[in-house]
Ligand binder design. Structure first.
Ligand code: NAG
Length: 164
């Protein structure tokens, strides 16, 4: 086999092994401050590579003019996580998306790999950075390859778009 087609084949295999975030089932729903947080994810086990990525404070988010979430709702979401900061996100079971809904509006954060021992507070720095830096008529942003508890992930904040 030619090297090139071998590489294409390897690439395709890697793609197939990537979990499809958008199909993740709802695992849990919490009611907080009159709003609702939903956690999505399928039980998966991911081999962890050694972290080679930057601290959240050193990465500028890529902002998106589409898929914007309501700014107040995102800040409320951050507040609810802060109020329950040490709670476990059961990320060992693959929760990778959380949405906060209140008054018919929603704000969601997503991350693209399992993060062992993830706690609610670990989601806050990235969410805060995107809420501050990607807020042109709503919040929609993505942090590429940031370190959360030693795992290199992409984290997003938006109206429930995917975060691959
Ligand atoms: C977010 O997206 C997931 C996957 O498409 C879907 O199952 C869920 O209902 C959505 N949640 C909200 C609050 O839009």
């Amino acid at each position: 086999m030619q090297l090139q087609s071998l590489l294409v084949l390897l690439g395709a295999t890697a793609l197939m092994a990537t979990p499809i975030l958008d199909d993740a089932p709802l695992f849990e729903e919490d009611t907080v401050d009159g709003g609702k947080i939903q956690w999505f994810g399928a039980p998966t086990v991911t081999k962890l590579a050694r972290a080679s990525c930057s601290a959240i404070g050193d990465v500028n988010p890529v902002c998106d003019s589409d898929n914007a979430a309501d700014s107040d709702t995102c800040w409320k979401f951050i507040g609810t996580l802060q109020a329950d900061a040490n709670a476990n996100v059961y990320n060992d079971q693959g929760y990778r998306r959380a949405c906060y809904q209140v008054d018919g509006r929603k704000c969601c954060t997503q991350w693209n790999k399992d993060i062992p021992n993830l706690q609610k507070k670990d989601l806050i720095p990235g969410m805060t950075r995107m809420a501050q830096m990607c807020n042109e008529g709503g919040i929609s942003g993505k942090l590429n390859n940031v370190n959360i508890r030693g795992v290199c992930v992409n984290q997003c904040l938006n109206d429930n778009h995917s975060c691959k």
